[in-house]
Design a protein. Sequence first.
Length: 405
Amino acid sequence: MNRRVYLDNNATTPVLPDVLAAMQPYFGEHFGNASSIHHHGQETRGAIERARESVAALLRCRASEIVFTSGGTEADNLAIFGLAKPGLVNSGDHVITLTIEHHAVLNACKHVQASGGEVTFIPVDGRGLVDPDDVKRALRPNTKLISIMFANNETGVLQPVAEIGKIAAEADIYFHTDAVQAAGKLAIDVNKIGCDLLTISGHKLHGPQGIGVLYVRKGTQLEPMLYGGSHERSRRAGTENVPAIVGLGKAAELALPALERGDDQKTAAARDHIERELLNLEATGLNGAGAPRVPNTANIYFDGIDGEALVIALDLKGLAVSTGAACSSGSIEPSHVLLAMGLSRDRAKASIRFSLGKQNTREDIEFALAVIPETVTRLRSLSPAWPQSSNVSASTAPKDTALSR
């Protein structure tokens, strides 16, 4: 195989060369424990604090409000369990979230529910958007937390988080947003959003895997999940992962000027080119059409095809894409996100996510557009779900709530 193209950047991104170079000294030369008061410890302590400042600059917050975690999942769990406190005296707390959240939030909320708390799972419309008024109507006297994602990991759809932040502030309720798929792709300002907690993950913005951040607004009383030392101002015990923290700090540092240069607009143009070309195929459609989205993500269905089969066939040709969240890989069930948007099971299972990264070139896009149509045509010719005697046109293809052609 002469060429491999990676268009699954919402699952994980390659570490940028500058990020790797920044990390390397902390695997060997600078090895100290950041809690030690001697030279070696203070050397790594300084590196951590510089990284904290870089992440704070990306989120427009105070450095003291940044808590380093092992990734997005831990940060989401800390936000939810740190406030809803399942199994403790406040186990009757009420949490509001969406049906399309990442499983790090969904399953954490289900655990709150199983532990005696209350959870309202708000539906979305056919575009994948929540109505802020639905959030407002879901408020109860015992509502403790609203947790609604910034950008969906499968469709890229952006939720009206600033409007929801105002609702939370007016009701004096904590607001958390999972911004894992937004960080590095869009400008983020925690004060404009009005959130009390916000999650990002290093490996979604060309940093290393195994590192994440929970922004915790000053004054938020958060119960830690881990007990041990007083690391991270007693909010997350455990010796810091210095190389990964340094890597995330560098990735955040690189993301800001890229956004100022308008790299997100270039990414959106490449994404739109992919959509225009692929939507010319018969019986295809864009999931999340009509909603604001992050610039790098397109989720397209190809009727008459099993999505997993298309992913495998494209991989054999050198193109890496996905059917949805990487943490759900291998599941025989269709995407809970697409089902919540009103798609049929067959159409949800026929949907593919294309997500671009900083490393992708124009040649990568053209390669993808060369192999996808021919692969779709071949798989349809083999599929019992695709009529072989006559062509299926956009006008006769079954309609769901997504944009169809």
